[in-house]
Design a protein around this ligand. Structure first.
Ligand code: PSU
Ligand code: MN
Length: 350
């Protein structure tokens, strides 16, 4: 247990906070991060690190599929020459990289009411409760993971689907914190775009306002290319930019870092990697399930934080689990591409 959090009796909270404030001057999260041995070594040796999120395990994939996915994704990174850093909270600790036991522990927490889904707004709560002796376990969303990855110096992050502007978001204001995070935190995210239960055109508008470049891997295609919509390669919405390979993605990250040093440019980058062709589900087919899931969420009052997990679970049920292999395949593909990007970036930096 870390020094600033030792002891948890109520009378010691003031003392703990004083130590924390004096020692770390409240500068940022950095001192609170707990690196796995593998990640710590990679940091010392400048190896290409790839951040992985954990809300997909706690609030996306069901147990025990999520254990296989969590272990499998870390292995995809290693097999492609990178070092995986799964990010999440275990007993109030901000883990950057996890042991196998920790991954299993987090995945086993899926579906329990006390397991939290942690985005930017939740970090002060979790960390405060840890100081107060109430440790919380949970998965970090893309926004939570980006925030922590940036503080750990990790520049590339591979995941499945980005949050976005929800349908009707112009009235409900339900806009994922992932989008504002991309506007302020300098981490590149490789995803399959976002699921079409979201409003894709408004999501792109919002990202443009936030100053986030959105680039789709075109796989040799020229001219207009759609931004992918998770299960489908075609969305009917044109991608603002296209790139052809990991080298071009790394060049953008590198360029952004240099522009940033002139104090003008900050924020993240979104790279959309279309689902491998052999796994893509016809748009008409998946749209049926998605539309029904959206309607049920509205009818049953699943708003805000619980909207996305509800819809994800319903899509899985309505497709009778057929969406799971596609989901798994696209995440694995994204994580592989993220690793290639991290390696190309490391070459540019050295
Ligand atoms: N979309 C998916 N799968 C997911 C998520 C989104 O297709 O697992 C998760 C990600 O962790 C994402 C979060 O960051 O949901 C967004 O939640 P919200 O819409 O509440 O911001
Ligand atoms: Mn939301």
């Amino acid at each position: 247990m870390s020094s600033y959090m030792e002891g948890s009796s109520p009378q010691s909270i003031t003392a703990l906070l004083t130590t924390w404030t004096n020692k770390y001057r409240y500068r940022d999260l950095r001192p609170a991060l707990r690196y796995s041995d593998e990640v710590q070594q990679a940091r010392q040796e400048d190896l290409p690190l790839v951040a992985l999120e954990s809300t997909i395990y706690t609030h996306g994939f069901p147990y025990p599929d999520n254990v296989d996915l969590a272990l499998g994704l870390e292995q995809v990174v290693r097999d492609n020459g990178g070092v995986p850093a799964t990010i999440g909270f275990i007993d109030g600790e901000i883990c950057v990289g996890m042991t196998k036991d920790q991954l299993v522990r987090l995945a086993s927490a899926a579906g329990k009411p006390e397991t939290m889904k942690i985005s930017r707004r939740d970090l002060p709560y979790i960390t405060g409760m840890r100081l107060a002796g109430r440790p919380i376990t949970g998965g970090t969303t893309i926004s939570g993971t980006m925030m922590i990855a940036q503080r750990a110096g990790i520049r590339v992050f591979g995941t499945g689907g980005l949050g976005g502007v929800h349908r009707g978001g112009q009235d409900t204001m339900d806009i994922s914190a992932d989008l504002t995070e991309l506007g302020r935190t300098t981490v590149a995210v490789v995803s399959s775009g976002c699921k079409s239960f979201l409003d894709l055109p408004r999501t792109l508008e919002f990202l443009e306002t936030q100053g986030v470049p959105v680039c789709t891997f075109a796989d040799g295609r020229t001219g207009d290319v759609d931004i992918p919509a998770f299960y489908t390669r075609e969305s009917g919405v044109k991608s603002p930019f296209t790139i052809q390979n990991a080298k071009e993605a790394a060049a953008m990250i590198f360029a952004q870092a240099h522009l940033r040093s002139t104090k003008g440019v900050m924020g993240g980058l979104l790279f959309a990697n279309p689902i491998p062709k052999e796994f893509s589900i016809p748009k008409a087919e998946i749209d049926l399930a998605i539309n029904q899931a959206v309607q049920e969420a509205a009818d049953q009052g699943f708003h805000g934080h619980s909207n996305t997990p509800f819809i994800l679970a319903r899509i899985k049920d309505l497709t009778k689990g057929n969406s799971i292999p596609a989901n798994r395949a696209l995440i694995r593909s994204n994580v592989k591409v993220a690793t290639q990007v991290a390696i190309e970036l490391e070459k540019l930096r050295s």
